[in-house]
Write a protein that binds this ligand. Sequence first.
Ligand SMILES: C[S@@+](CC[C@H](N)C(=O)[O-])C[C@H]1O[C@@H](n2cnc3c(N)ncnc32)[C@H](O)[C@@H]1O
Length: 214
Amino acid sequence: MPKALTLDDRLIDYLHSVSLREPEVLRQLRAETAAHPRSQMQIAPEQGQFMALLVELLGARRILEIGCFTGYSSLAMSLALPADGYIDTCDVDEETTAIARHYWQAAGQQDKITLHLGPALDTLKELPGPYDLVFLDADKVNYDAYLEASYKRLRAGGLILIDNVLWSGAVADESVRDPDTEALRALNRKLQADSRFTISMLPLADGLTLARKR
Ligand SMILES: C[S@@+](CC[C@H](N)C(=O)[O-])C[C@H]1O[C@@H](n2cnc3c(N)ncnc32)[C@H](O)[C@@H]1O
């Protein structure tokens, strides 16, 4: 078996230098978010670029995002949507999502993205779908509930993207027993056996599972 590649900072810098095509507005948003105390919550730029490619590959027009933060992932996907595409994004944080709104406006995407402030499980009751693509990136203990709610709202052949499935390696360390890690472990195991989906878990950034509804 080939030795697994560990991406250190030098290799990530190289990967960025030869493959990143980050629009200036996303670069600025990433720079502003870097100064935020919870900046590590933002997805990596190569993940944003990958998700934009998935939006194109899927011909997605209707996207649901759970976990907006300062809006990087929603903006990366929105820029890849056709003019009549849209994103419903959920978050509970007024302060970070104000930054998101600012950058959506700067990028001319404000009419394509609707922010729903409030606990996502409540918001979802008002969002029947259907959606072509769902991105799960909020509180980990509710991931299973988000998966089930998303499944009901996803068209056949649609895709659920689940972020942080490798959780900085904690999922593979049996001494780690906190609720977030346990929730991610349980969801990873569940998806492995879940015949409703075709799946692939990618070691991209903090781990991203692709689950396509059959
Ligand atoms: C990892 S961050 C999202 C990062 C974002 N996708 C990006 O690329 O920048 C997770 C977000 O989920 C939000 N969140 C936490 N609990 C939530 C809940 N119950 N309902 C909705 N959003 C929630 C947090 O406020 C936080 O902004």
